[in-house]
Design a binder for this molecule. Sequence first.
Ligand code: 9UX
Length: 74
Amino acid sequence: AAKTEDFLVTGMTCSHCVASVTEELSLLPGVESVEVELNVGAPSRVTVASSATLDLDDVRTAIGEAGYELAGTE
Ligand code: 9UX
């Protein structure tokens, strides 16, 4: 992967949440892997490895499609 970016996502509380976010983000062009560190009651850290820089609006939309909210980047 050319680039790895971390995002903070709120509202995730279980492994199915993790699967949904992973699935949506994996659909974005260039995404090679998605790792989620689940934090219940706090933002979860989502690490995305991709072949090119991701469009932040695309990331926000994908997380929203999964039913969660992008709270920030790191
Ligand atoms: Mo089940 Mo995770 O509703 O939100 S998928 S807790």
